[in-house]
Design a protein around this ligand. Structure first.
Ligand SMILES: Nc1ncnc2c1ncn2[C@@H]1O[C@H](COP(=O)(O)OP(=O)(O)OP(=O)(O)O)[C@@H](O)[C@H]1O
Length: 309
């Protein structure tokens, strides 16, 4: 079994009038895991619990196989770094250099030349206080400082929020390079489909305070297809729908072309061939469409399903 960086066991947290959880999840070490879900689904709450910035009412969290109910010890905290959704105001009166000097005292692995390199690559302004930086500039500093701490566990809460396309690309490259060179684990909360596509090994979906599971990105991206076929009329489409179980969203245009969505394209294609129905074209669904189906209950194959194989 893969070693876990983080494990959640029946973790529940009350938030005003809703409860986040019970959450059960194992984050495999050495991978990038994208945490996705609609606004308010509980992603930031989950990240904050992993930092003990907030505490669950029930359940247990393990960091590298250990529960730290008395507080995460310093030597473990020093292997963790966090980009919060909103930057902390405590550092507002410092320049990037001053904040880096402070952080370097906290993180024994702090790599100053690497910090400078990232600041240069991200084009972060040097001579202004963090509190005076634009949202994107501040974000770039936060990402540079997080990586320079050389953590084993990076918790990134919408790190690309406010980044321009150049900075975004530089961030993606920096994170990839970091993963190539270190045995680290990244949990990244994001709404950006392209970020998931380029970075993630696994995708964890949260929906209304619940974890719907963790899927392998490569199998998830190819999971669903939309297929267009030639049919004579609505009646033939209805017949086809009953002949092809598990197909969804059947629609028809006025020109004898019908479309539907399937999670078993290869089998369906063979079946259509036997039935003499012509496939006009097909496409693989985009991640947002796949996540939409997942939240409606059309679950993909999950990592946990594979464990039983
Ligand atoms: N400090 C808090 N006190 C009470 N309720 C909170 C607090 N923080 C968040 N919530 C509520 O908990 C729920 C989950 O919020 P959370 O910020 O974890 O969601 P999210 O998935 O990160 O959302 P987004 O994508 O908008 O950042 C929301 O309904 C939110 O209103």
């Amino acid at each position: 079994m893969a070693q876990l960086a983080i494990e959640l066991r029946n973790v529940s947290k009350k938030r005003r009038n809703k409860t986040i959880g019970p959450l059960n999840l194992g984050l495999p070490k050495g991978h990038i895991i994208a945490l996705v879900g609609q606004n308010g689904s509980g992603k930031s709450t989950l990240l904050q619990m992993l930092l003990q910035l907030t505490h669950p009412e029930e359940g247990e969290i393990l960091w590298f196989d250990k529960a730290h109910s008395e507080g995460i010890p310093i030597e473990v905290r020093q292997t963790m770094a966090y980009v919060p959704e909103n930057s902390l105001t405590e550092e507002n009166h410092w320049s990037a250099e001053e904040a880096a000097a402070f952080r370097s005292l906290w993180y024994p692995q702090w790599d100053q030349p690497y910090f400078q390199e990232l600041m240069h690559t991200f084009e972060v302004p040097r001579n202004i206080k963090l509190g005076k930086m634009s949202k994107g500039e501040r974000r770039k500093f936060e990402i540079a400082a997080t990586l320079a701490a050389k953590p084993q566990l990076l918790l990134l809460d919408e790190p690309s929020s406010g980044l321009d396309p150049f900075a975004w690309k530089a961030m993606i490259e920096a994170l990839r390079k970091y993963m190539d060179q270190h045995d680290a684990t990244i949990l990244i909360s994001t709404h950006i489909v392209d970020e998931v596509r380029r970075l993630a090994d696994y995708i964890v979906l949260m929906h209304k305070g619940q974890l719907l599971g963790m899927a392998d990105k490569d199998s998830l991206f190819g999971a669903w297809s939309e297929v267009w076929v030639n049919v004579a009329d609505q009646e033939e489409l209805a017949e086809l729908a009953t002949e092809l179980p598990g197909t969804l969203n059947h629609t028809m245009d006025g020109k004898g072309v019908a479309s539907f969505v399937t999670g078993q394209f290869e089998q369906i294609e063979k079946r259509l061939h036997h039935m003499g129905v012509k496939v006009v074209k097909s496409r693989v669904l985009e991640l947002d469409e796949i996540l939409g189906l997942w939240t409606q209950g059309y679950r993909p194959i999950l990592v946990d399903d594979k464990k039983g194989d």
